[in-house]
Ligand binder design. Structure first.
Ligand code: SAM
Length: 208
């Protein structure tokens, strides 16, 4: 149910999402640089929840093949309309069956793992579709760790269709779920500050 609701939500807001200016360009560029430094020219990469494809198009320049997937047909339509390299492929697909063409050297999940229905199950599937030594690179909102005022605001925004259904995930729980799926966390950063409250948005780089 939350799945279909979310699919409708992202289809509805895709054009607005594509038009929004990046809030923090230096932080975004730093994130791109960090991810690029973890990938090799020979890598085949799967991205789940790619949105309108900007990150895929940039990062694909440093790898052999980048398959970018999203369950929102509207998001993917916008992504496909952007100029991109020949090694980028955009596919409409739910995270749960996005793994065609695997196993992959890396799977990227930026701002999406908090949106999936069953995170432990999803992490297990991701793990199963990585090559030995492969890595999951993810950036995940941890709403349980933001301050109480913001936490109170999200359900209100959701009632008005301004916010998706999202797990109230904390960084500790996220780390545990990642480890339980069989990964080793090799690096982690805390990203984002709102109203002087650090948002736990660990960008985990995890290895098999
Ligand atoms: C917050 S946006 C992030 C988009 C992009 N990764 C970025 O960082 O800008 C979340 C994206 O995940 C997609 N999404 C949410 N749940 C999904 C699911 N179960 N399967 C595939 N895509 C999903 C949405 O359609 C949306 O494009």
């Amino acid at each position: 149910m939350s799945h279909q609701k979310n699919q409708r939500f992202w289809n509805r807001i895709a054009a607005r999402y594509a038009a929004r200016p990046l809030k923090n360009v230096p932080a975004y560029e730093a994130m791109l640089g960090d991810v690029a430094s973890r990938l090799k020219g020979s890598d085949t990469v799967l991205e789940v929840g790619c949105g309108t494809g900007g990150t895929a198009i940039r990062l694909a320049q440093g790898v052999a093949q980048w398959t970018a997937t999203d369950f929102s047909a509207e998001m993917v339509k916008i992504a496909k309309a952007k100029p991109s390299g020949r090694n980028v492929r955009f596919v409409v697909s739910d995270v749960s069956n996005a793994f065609d063409g695997g196993p992959f050297d890396a799977i990227c999940a930026f701002n999406v793992l908090h949106l999936v229905d069953d995170l432990p199950e999803m992490l297990t599937r991701i793990h199963a579709h990585l090559k030995p030594g492969g890595q999951l690179i993810c950036k995940t909102w941890c709403f349980a760790d933001v301050n109480w005022a913001l936490r109170a605001l999200f359900p209100v925004l959701r009632v008005f269709g301004l916010f998706p259904v999202a797990a109230s995930l904390g960084a500790t729980q996220l780390r545990q779920s990642i480890r339980d799926a069989g990964f080793e966390i090799v690096d982690e950063h805390l990203l984002g500050i709102i109203l002087r409250t650090p948002i736990s948005l660990p960008a985990n780089t995890v290895r098999l």
